[in-house]
Ligand binder design. Sequence first.
Ligand code: SF4
Length: 350
Amino acid sequence: MQELGGDPALAQRIYQGLWQGGARTVDELPDVGAAWRSALRNAAFVSMLEPDLVLASDDGTRKYLWRLEDGHRIESVLIPDGDRLTLCMSSQVGCAMACTFCLTGDLGLKRQLKASEIANQPLQVGLQLAREDGRRITNLVLMGMGEPLHNLPNLIPALTNCLHDLGMNFSHRRVTVSTVGLVHKMVELAEALPVNLAVSVNATTEAQRRQIMPITRKHSLAKLIEAMERFPLPNNKRITIEYVMIAGFNDSLDDAARLFELLERVRAKVNLIPYNENPDRDLRTPPHDRVKAFQHYLVSRGLSCSIRTTRGTDISAACGQLGKARQQATEHGWLSDARRVAGFAPFPTS
Ligand code: SF4
């Protein structure tokens, strides 16, 4: 707006019109004169994601598959849980980290998402919910497709729009960025934004972690733990340790004991995630009593530890599965039914 010779008050009206009013074209911006509309149309456009497929699970979880301008597709997942309505967002098309248990890892990195493509996920889902029944997204997690810290230059402006009080106005306490442990980027994120950090640990020895998370060859488990110990956390925050439990691989009480030792000097809470089985991997979900025993070991020693409930299994909830769901839907000719199931009203196009 400065370059165009506009004043700050007009810039603010435009910003709020986009991020709070949900204007999807320059013409929908309120309180902007005709001359300015014309100038804006020549200088910029309002970008948006095209909803390709939306599936609703019996448990209320909803999956969005978005089609990008260049034909690539990304996913977001809306998860209701009591008072919470969490949107799990993507940060990249595919992912370079190649974690062996993850289907997105199979794709490799296709490209970075632009800041607008990240921020449009909560914006467009939020607008749809407001129109449907007035519900609001309460929490954002960057745990969808991609490694968010591998796309920091776009993640930071995207989340700035999510957090800004003239933008989507999410509390920083309700925004969590998850990483496989890109050690050098963790502090960069903390210096830019006061959001929560989650670290996907998933193993308790270097060799075990190298087997499922190739990033361990570059950033060892020891270096990751050290980085978490030194991480500049505000007093009231803790790092969430994500631990995907795979039967017979990392679910023993010896693993629990090693995890407890590793985290001794980290201000942490643990989230156990029983592996979500799928036909493309020969990996199994541990029996529930084994997961409970693991949790009990940690909790009885004073470490906060929760178990994540598996959601949306009937609509291919796990990371990377939705792309496959679309392929099946197209093959079986029920794509439009799937849209109707979700009660999805297509967004107006600009
Ligand atoms: S688990 Fe996350 S970081 Fe690992 S391959 Fe999948 S999307 Fe990438």
